[in-house]
Design a protein around this ligand. Sequence first.
Ligand code: ZN
Length: 200
Amino acid sequence: MSTAQVIPPRSGAAFDLKRGQYLTVIDPEGRQVSDLLVFNADDLDEVISSGRTLDYASRVYLTTGDPLYSNRSNVMLTIVEDMVGRHDFLLTPCSKDTFRIIYGDTDPHRGCFGNLLAALEPWGIAADRIPTAFNCFMNVPIDGATGAFTVEPPLSRPGDHIRFRAEMDLVIALTACSALQSNGGSFKPIHYRIEEADDA
Ligand SMILES: [Zn+2]
């Protein structure tokens, strides 16, 4: 088993993930969100799509067995293992604007949005090309009648993980989320591991 890579609190990383490889996103301390972005490595205009994925799943909460689709309706990742069963795919990455508008910060942190953008800079991906991320471990319960939702602490316990299989050659960007409300009031690291099919 390969060594886990560490994403420090309130930061991000980006890396290649080849078709057939597995990505495991681990919450080492518990109650920490990780925003996941996915691009087709061969054509960066093909990108993960919340709208298409939720439409095809007919469900808002995704888990083991669910595919994550691109804006071109190709499967980019499949969730192959999920120890938590509650993730968000509705809300935008937290950003300077999130902290200004929701938290009233006067000198806001760049958030997951800024961290994703910085991590993707080597691939030349600009801010306007960043879509809604798949927010691993983010807990957003929804009132089925009114559609009202709240952002609650993640249900993940220390060491819990979610594992994905790459269905095409991908560029992945991943964060340790920077929003207090999403992470039970404290900022913690995220770990991840890339594995070949044989050692997953
Ligand atoms: Zn965030």
